[in-house]
Ligand binder design. Structure first.
Ligand code: PMV
Length: 358
């Protein structure tokens, strides 16, 4: 077993109950995780910004129960949601060997997202992050564990089992996940906080321009699996590790242009890998390419440091430092909005990570 933490088990002594709550944001990868093996282990190191406005709030009310199996009610935005309840039941099962208390309690889980459902923003990172933090807090309360850093790291480990990229949502500002020979403390099991980067990057915005809010035609799970037979996979994993190393050096300085080049190259590489998978598939839309051209031409004209990245979908993430916020608004309003679906833009920025609500 590769669980690097103490396993806490409860006796049958007393009746226990309580309530905890966490807010966890989403994150945007600058160097992408695309390809995995074993139990949610990444094929390469990845690096992300922890966001702020796109977040999930989760509260868990727990009460001791004797039947020794996972037991929960799940409410999403005030309504019962069986599909999510089944997913969470499966997740709690999968972590029960590490966190045995998940079978000692009945959980009433209430969750809500700050962004509209089907807005084109994936909620798995923020929702798995918030859930993992709540479970770790319950355990910490029951056993008097007070080490905040360990709680974060353990929650990152657990969130990873629910969704790989969720492991990175737990850290303030910048997060690296995946073993890398040049990064001290890096691990495939959990993400680590990346410190010592130039302060300009802490001012970064990520405005998400929605090209389509439709569900993806190929899930991330299927996309990761297709990397196994992609002829470019070995070169890709080496490239990603090199880009993480280069990026961390660049980000020690205020060289936003060098940062932006890697961010855009990564977005294009991710989607190129999809297009040359077998079978091939395409997640970007014509509007995505139109926006990419507009962003590049605006940058050529103005020389302003405004860049984009893409997640596994068609929506553009516009990345820029706070110093050019007004110019980014001009770019969005005058050049990009026509290519969005219903003018939807979700304004986000980098943040110091999850907050305890209760
Ligand atoms: O966490 P998953 O399995 O949904 O994979 C997501 C991978 C990307 O979002 C495309 C890239 C990343 O590193 O977040």
């Amino acid at each position: 077993m590769d669980f690097p933490y103490k396993i806490y088990t409860l006796g049958d002594e007393k009746y226990l109950d309580g309530k905890v709550g966490w807010r966890c944001p989403s994150n945007i990868a600058i160097v992408k995780y695309w390809g995995k093996y074993g139990i949610q282990m990444p094929r390469n190191a990845s690096f992300s910004f922890t966001l702020s406005n796109a977040h999930t709030d989760t509260y868990i009310t727990y009460s001791k129960q004797p039947n020794g199996k996972v037991s929960l009610d799940f409410m999403f935005e005030g309504k019962e949601n069986q599909a999510f309840a089944d997913k969470i039941t499966k997740f709690l099962h999968s972590i029960s060997e590490y966190i045995p208390i998940v079978k000692d309690f009945h959980f009433k889980i209430e969750s809500s997202n700050s962004f509209p459902h089907s807005s084109g923003i994936a909620s798995s990172a923020s929702s798995m992050g918030a859930l993992a933090l709540c479970i770790c807090s319950i355990e910490a309360e029951l056993f008097g564990i007070s080490h905040d850093e360990e709680l974060r790291q353990k929650a990152s480990y657990l969130a990873r089992l629910g969704s790989g990229s969720a492991s990175r949502s737990l850290m303030p500002y910048f997060s690296t996940w995946g073993e890398h020979p040049k990064i001290n403390g890096s691990s495939n099991l959990y993400a680590t906080r990346t410190e010592g980067l130039h302060s300009i990057f802490q001012t970064f915005h990520d405005d998400i321009l929605i090209v389509s809010a439709k569900e993806k035609s190929v899930s991330s799970t299927a996309g990761h699996a297709l990397m196994e037979n992609n002829v470019y996979a070995p070169a890709r994993y080496a490239q990603a590790n090199q880009r993480v190393e280069d990026l961390l050096e660049i980000m020690k300085t205020d060289n936003v242009d060098a940062f932006g080049k890697i961010a855009e190259d990564e977005a294009m590489t991710l989607h190129a890998l999809m297009m040359c998978s077998d079978p091939s598939y395409i997640l970007i839309e014509p509007g995505t390419l139109q926006m990419i051209k507009e962003i590049r031409s605006f940058r050529d004209r103005t020389k302003l440091p405004i860049y984009f990245t893409l997640d596994a979908g068609p929506n553009i993430h516009l990345l820029y430092p706070a110093s050019v916020k007004g110019d980014a608004e001009i770019l969005i309003n005058d050049y990009l909005l026509p290519f969005t679906e219903n003018n939807v833009v979700i304004k986000d920025k980098i943040s110091n990570g999850p907050k305890r609500l209760l």
